[in-house]
Ligand binder design. Structure first.
Ligand SMILES: Cc1cc2nc3c(=O)[nH]c(=O)nc-3n(C[C@H](O)[C@H](O)[C@H](O)COP(=O)(O)O)c2cc1C
Length: 248
């Protein structure tokens, strides 16, 4: 096989294209719907392969995946969550605290697998193509791996919940992660009862999805005048995403 020959740049066949959009649009953050059922190594491997095929700055691949099943370790992470969760409530305006406290914001003990996705800041030496001027690009690369993992998990019928309400240093110590390695995402993964049709924070009245057309600018920040037709199209596409007709 000629390694330099390009693969054809055709759109995916309709059903595959629809499948990809379906995974993107029906992916949810899962907290309260985990089932205790085991996830096979085969499925978990596929999901991790998807994560490992994420783009990364300078092809750095700064990620590692720390798979945690042990209840004792998960309990310690959960304790770190509980401490931060109590502190977090006080950071919101008083009239929102009760709603905040009522939200389920993690599934650490319910999900059979937790995975900490990390970023090794030294993985490719001091000078990395694309990270010479913006050091955080390695962290962003690990986040790309998280997103791949999340979408692949959705395609496999699994749920993923990202937990970020704890002191990262505490979690780093609990998991024995070296100093140069940053814990980027703590994910709860498992089979689920189902997926909420909308983000739970939306259903709870905390926040709604922003109109896509308000987030697109042309040529200069704040300028929306150049492409009214595209803005109309964005409005239509966002509506089609909401009612499911975007799948065609
Ligand atoms: C960086 C990041 C951190 C997050 N941390 C938490 C968290 O600590 N607890 C939680 O319940 N959800 C967390 N989430 C999930 C968001 O709340 C969720 O993505 C958002 O409400 C939209 O819902 P959806 O993912 O179901 O579409 C996090 C998501 C991201 C991207």
């Amino acid at each position: 096989m000629d390694e330099s020959a390009l693969l054809p740049a055709l759109p995916l066949p309709d059903a595959e294209r629809a499948g990809l959009y379906r995974a993107i649009l029906t992916r949810r953050d899962t907290r309260g719907e985990f089932l205790p059922d085991a996830v096979s190594d085969e499925t978990l491997s596929r999901v991790l392969v998807a994560a490992h095929h994420a783009p990364s700055v300078g092809y750095m691949q700064p990620w590692s995946f720390l798979v945690i099943r042990d209840r004792g370790v998960r309990r310690r992470v959960h304790d770190a969550f509980l401490k931060a969760h109590g502190e977090a409530a006080l950071m919101f305006p008083e009239d929102k605290r009760d709603v905040y406290r009522s939200l389920k914001l993690e599934g650490i003990m319910e999900a059979p697998i937790n995975i900490c996705v990390t970023c090794d800041r030294d993985r490719a030496g001091p000078a990395v193509i694309g990270r010479t001027h913006i050091r955080a690009m390695d962290l962003f690369s690990s986040v790309c791996a998280v997103q791949n993992l999340w979408l692949a998990a959705r395609a496999e019928g699994l749920g993923v919940g990202w937990v970020s309400i704890f002191d990262n240093g505490t979690v780093q110590r609990i998991l024995n992660i070296p100093k140069r390695v940053v814990p980027v995402a703590y994910l709860c993964i498992g089979k689920v009862k189902g997926y909420h049709p909308r983000p739970e924070l939306e259903t709870a009245g905390w926040r709604s999805r922003l109109p896509l057309e308000s987030l697109v600018h042309f040529e200069q920040w704040g300028d929306q005048s150049a492409e009214p037709a595209l803005l109309d199209r964005l409005r239509d596409s966002a509506r089609a995403a909401r009612d499911g007709s975007i799948f065609g």
